[in-house]
Design a protein around this ligand. Structure first.
Ligand SMILES: [Zn+2]
Length: 155
């Protein structure tokens, strides 16, 4: 293979195993092809890279859920209560803390660089009975009070 670091030739060295934590539980991959660059000596697992697992122990899906759980409460409760109930997975408190804080830091840097969660676009605002622009927003997704046509009450 071609070394992603220096573009020289990386030669196959051996098979190595690794266990990844996923939303389906721990998954042990026993045959991972390990290549080492003949020039810069960096090691590479092209299969891990193809699966989005390069340099990771936790899958992207599990990481997103662990991060979300870490934002809901303290890291201990997230590890002991939230993750088992939310996804049937278990992680140590320190893993939840490390994962959530790393993603929070990454998100903070993206915001500092001007990135947003979605692209900006013009919004078509509705008008109420007094022709004022209005928006209806749900925070908990359980109910949104709205005004009907002509300002009528919506049941
Ligand atoms: Zn290299």
């Amino acid at each position: 293979m071609i070394c992603p670091k220096c573009r020289d030739v990386a030669s196959f060295h051996e098979h190595r195993d690794k266990t990844f934590s996923t939303l389906l539980g721990d998954v042990r991959v026993e045959i991972r092809h390990y290549y080492q660059c003949d020039h810069c000596h960096h090691g590479h697992f092209p299969g891990d890279a193809a699966l989005g697992l390069a340099g990771r122990r936790i899958s992207l899906g599990a990481e997103a859920v662990v991060t979300l759980a870490g934002t809901l409460t303290n890291f201990g409760q997230a590890a002991r209560k939230i993750l088992p109930k939310m996804a049937g997975i278990r992680f140590r408190e320190s893993t939840v803390e490390r994962t959530a804080e790393a993603n929070g830091e990454r998100l903070g840097k993206l915001w500092e660089q001007g990135h947003t969660m979605a692209s900006a676009r013009d919004w078509h605002w509705n008008r109420d009975a007094r022709l004022q622009q209005v928006a209806y927003i749900s925070i908990d997704a359980t109910g949104v009070g709205q005004q009907g046509l002509g300002g009528t009450k919506v049941e």
